[in-house]
Every structure is written in C-alpha cells, then in structure tokens.
Write a protein that binds this ligand. Structure first.
Ligand code: NAP
Length: 300
C-alpha cells in the first residue's frame, strides 16, 4: 500500500526554535542600537550536578546567541537555604538583571518550593512562581513555564487544529504535565481542547490514550508509548528525554523520548522527534520570557 505522505510529519522543534530565536535576536539588536542595555538573563546553580551544568551552559550560550547579557551564579553543594534566599533577594533587587532562573533540582536540604516562591514574579522567567502559575491557570498574562510555552508555540507554528479535540496529557508535574493540561483547556488557540490528564494511578491508560487526537507525553519513561496506544492520525508531542544504551553509536548511547518513535510515527499525523522536538523550544521560550520581562509585558 502506498504510504500516506502526510503520515508522521515531523514537528521540527529546532526549526521553530530557530525562527523564534531569530525574531528575539532582531528585537534585542534594535534595543542595543537604541543605546539600551537589552535583556539580562541570570542563572543560579547550586552544587555540581553534571546535567544541571549542561542545561545552564546551553541556556547561557543561547542567551548570548541572541545578544542578551548572560550571567551564572555558582554556589557549592553545602550552601544553606538562607544563603540562597539572600542570593534571590539580591537578584530580585538588582536593576541590571531582567530575569533569572534557579536551576533545579536543588540539594535535598534546600526547600525548592520556598526558593521558587521567593523569586519576584516579574523576574520569574521560568514561570514556576505560584503567582505566575495562578495567572496562567485563570488565563491572565504572565510567565508560562518554558516547556509548555514551547509546545504551544510548536502547535501554533504548524497550525495544528486543537479546538474541540481530545487532548490527553501523560504526566502531572508542576513544570510540564499540569500546566500543559491547563493551557490546552483554555479558551484560546491553540487550546479549546477537551483535556484528560493521566498519571501513574490512571487506570486503563491505553484506552484513554487511544482516544487522543493530541497526545502529549511527559512521564519520564523511555519509549513507554507504543503504537497500539495511539489513535491513527493523532498528533504526538513527546517531552521525555532519556539516554539509552546504543552500541552502534560512537558515544555508546542515544537519546529517546517517552514514545516509541519509529513505530508511533507510522500512525501519527504529526510527531515531535527526540532530540530536536520539544527540547530546543524550551530554551527558546525561556529567552522569549526574558524578552517579555525586559519589555515589562506582564508586570508594570
Ligand atoms: P516528573 O516530575 O518525573 O513527573 C512524571 C509524571 O509522569 C508524574 O506525574 C507521574 O505520575 C507520571 N507517570 C510516571 N509513570 C507513569 C506511567 N507509567 N503512566 C502514567 N503516568 C506516569 O516529570 P517531568 O519533570 O514532567 O518530566 C517528564 C519527562 O520530560 C522527563 O523525561 C524529563 O527529562 C523530560 N523533560 C524534558 C524537557 C524538555 O525540554 N524536553 C523539559 C522538562 C522535562 P505521578 O504524579 O502519579 O507520580
């Protein structure tokens, strides 16, 4: 049987991120040309977690790439909660810092919720502070967590019709699954979907995922979603990112998502690859939030 050309069309996050970053870069260049400082994104990192180091390095590189000022505040593993609070207070007050992120996870002795709450909402470009989460939940303008914001941008870019569709979100984390389910249910475009949010206690998961016109996976389980869990023609957005052993690769591993990509792409109408799907959009959205913070779009 001839293969439907539209089947498994890639939702190319790299391409969408490039377009978004180019438009940010242009705007920042215009600001600098006018003699302004332009946006300054700062990152705070506590301890020596290699994954956190990698994430912060890529955020720093991306910020510089669009012409923003970028700085990283590094503190040792044994930094106390009080000391970190003082750093947050300093960055909250520093007029030269447009927005900042505190790279998670933090060492166990520091309460992440308290730290996130301490970040001034107008500088909370990760969109994790409860004020920004609340604004998103009631549909008021504010900073939306970068990964869900990036997914919305992909849907917008590819003009995916979400109105009235069944959207199933797998995973209910505060940074991905929960905000994603809220955004998709909003009276907006993309949005206006009928949303089901699934988690580890969900019964008959396969039956639910098979109803999804749009399936968004953020469970942190490599290649968990198999082809028989997906409806023919569904749009599949894979947030997961995992290293699995691959002896045929020079590095000895390869990156995969929560979705069994090779099998699912044969059934999906659109699908995000891993890598190159949601990942690049997360950083681009963080830069976009920083630009919005600079322009005081949400807070006077
Ligand atoms: P998380 O905090 O680990 O939460 C995982 C969620 O999935 C939980 O709600 C959990 O349910 C649910 N879950 C786990 N196993 C399940 C199963 N078998 N069936 C149904 N639900 C299940 O995850 P996260 O921080 O959102 O991250 C998810 C994945 O996305 C990870 O692979 C992470 O590396 C990746 N990620 C990628 C980006 C990016 O930029 N691409 C950004 C963030 C995260 P319970 O609540 O019941 O435990």
């Amino acid at each position: 049987m001839a293969r439907d050309n539209k089947r498994g069309r890639l939702l190319d996050g790299k391409l969408v991120a490039k377009a978004l970053k180019e438009s940010i870069k242009k705007e920042v260049a215009e600001m600098v040309d006018r003699g302004e400082e332009g946006p300054h994104l700062a990152a705070v990192i506590v301890g020596n977690d290699p994954a956190s180091e990698t994430y912060v390095a890529s955020k720093e590189k991306a910020a510089r790439g669009v012409g923003m000022v970028s700085s990283v505040y590094r503190y040792p593993e044994d930094t106390t909660e009080k000391e970190l609070m003082d750093v947050i207070d300093f960055l909250n007050r520093d007029p030269e810092v447009t927005g900042f992120i505190v790279q998670l996870p933090l060492p166990k002795h520091i309460n992440e919720d308290k730290i996130i709450e301490r970040i001034k909402p107008s500088k909370d470009v990760d969109g994790f502070n409860p004020v920004n989460v609340g604004k998103m939940a009631i549909g008021q303008p504010g900073f939306v967590s970068a990964t869900p914001a990036g997914i919305m941008e992909i849907l917008r870019y590819y003009k995916i019709d979400t109105e009235g569709k069944n959207c199933v979100v797998l995973g209910r984390s505060n940074i991905v699954g929960s905000p994603m389910s809220i955004l998709m249910s909003k009276k907006s475009n993309p949005g206006n979907a009928t949303v089901t949010l699934c988690h580890s206690k969900t019964e008959n998961l396969d039956e639910i995922t098979r109803q999804a016109d749009i399936l968004i996976t953020a469970i942190g389980s490599p290649q968990f979603v198999k082809a028989d869990m997906v409806k023919e023609g569904a749009v599949v957005i894979d947030v997961g990112i995992h290293r699995i052993e691959d002896k045929s690769s020079k590095k000895g591993y390869k990156l995969v998502g929560d979705v069994d990509f090779d099998a699912v792409k044969e059934k999906a109408s659109y699908i995000t690859p891993v890598p190159g799907g949601v990942g690049p959009m997360t950083i681009a959205s963080l830069l976009n939030n920083t630009l919005k913070a600079y322009k005081s779009e949400y807070y006077g």
